[in-house]
Design a protein around this ligand. Structure first.
Ligand code: ADP
Ligand code: MG
Length: 331
């Protein structure tokens, strides 16, 4: 079914950043506390994600690469999804668009690895690894030069990878993240680093905010805590004076997943409308949590868009929650 894999791959794998997102989400699902990402040439020649999570047993390695084999859901509970991955699509897709090596060691087992390239899978063989998992994708789109051409410059792709890592790092403040650029070979140059935060969720988020957006921002951010008809919003939002010229300072999460949803982004802008000029963006990290039946996060395989059962409630929560906080702070 390598043709099927290739077609489906197009939905999941658009660019190096989408590969990184899938692999890091797998690491998070595996309970990793430290995740190290290494890329080279904007991720075009190398994407490697190393984690200290639960690992994969040798006999489960081939399963991890087969379509719709997921260990995370049994099919009876599609609306109640708590892990990131649930389709069993990412790894087979990656095996179809590049040279994928999965090396892993589950507790109590020997380390093993499996390779797949161009949709062809080699047998599992012994490997050397202390614990966790290393997923390595080399030569993305090598078999489809047409798609390779659609990628942007190494610099732009590296930026997109950095953005996605920052979003995931903001979503998971108790997990440590390192991003390296190994374009020149060797271990690589550190592009981003966030050590695991401690304390309660608000403390941890505040610490992570300082790492990602800067200490000045974190120290001048308003704590947000609002609720409307079953939707609960927590997090931090900047005073208008700490707005940014770029949109990368907006971190929105729905039930723990980073989203880039038009409705939510629009609501965020609307909340700040009276305070910001057109070229300034509000800076915020907001977490909306609700019963999974109130929101569908299954709109797109990349899982970055969401559909609320009542979009007006979601918009109202953001606009009124933020305006209220801004008013309390004297705006
Ligand atoms: P999904 O995440 O939707 O289940 P994937 O194709 O991304 O599908 O992964 C397939 C399976 O491989 C997962 O269900 C999981 O069992 C296993 N797996 C993938 N990456 C890791 C990892 N980093 N650590 C442990 N298990 C993993
Ligand atoms: Mg996955």
């Amino acid at each position: 079914d390598s043709a099927i894999n290739r077609i489906a791959a197009g939905e999941v794998v658009e660019r190096p950043a989408s590969v990184v997102k899938e692999l890091v989400e797998n690491a998070l699902d595996a309970g990793a506390t430290r995740i190290e990402v290494t890329i080279a040439d904007g991720g075009k020649t190398l994407i490697r994600v190393r984690d200290d999570g639960c690992g994969i047993t040798p006999d489960a390695l081939p399963l991890a690469l087969s379509r719709h084999a997921t260990s995370k859901i049994d099919g009876s509970d599609l609306l109640n999804i708590h892990s990131f991955g649930f389709r069993g699509e990412a790894l087979p897709s990656l095996g179809a668009v590049g040279r994928l090596t999965l090396t892993s060691r589950a507790r109590g087992y020997e380390a093993a690895e499996i390779r797949v390239s161009g949709g062809r899978t080699d047998p599992v063989r012994p490997a050397a690894l202390n614990s966790g998992t290393v997923a390595e994708l080399r030569d993305l789109f090598y078999a489809t030069p047409a798609r390779l051409k659609f990628l942007r410059t190494d610099r732009a792709e590296t930026q997109a990878v950095t953005d996605i890592i920052k979003r995931l790092a903001m979503a998971e403040p108790f997990t440590g993240f390192t991003l390296r650029d190994a374009s020149g070979g060797g271990e690589g140059r550190v592009l981003f680093r966030a050590d695991p935060e401690t304390g309660d969720m608000f403390d941890a988020l505040h610490g992570r905010l300082a790492t990602v957006l800067g200490r000045e921002f974190a120290e001048n951010a308003l704590a947000i805590d609002a609720e409307r008809e079953g939707l609960h919003m927590t997090g931090y939002a900047a005073l208008p004076t700490y707005s940014r010229g770029a949109a990368v300072a907006q971190f929105l999460f729905v039930n723990g997943r980073p989203v880039r949803d038009k409705l939510l982004m629009g609501a965020l802008r609307a909340a700040y409308f009276d305070f910001l000029s057109r070229d300034r963006h509000p800076a915020a990290a907001l977490f909306i949590d609700c019963d999974p039946v109130l929101v569908d996060v299954n709109v797109h395989p990349a899982k970055s868009e969401v559909r609320f059962r009542d979009p007006a409630v979601a918009r109202g929560l953001i606009v009124s929650g933020l305006r209220h906080a801004l008013a309390n702070a004297g705006h």
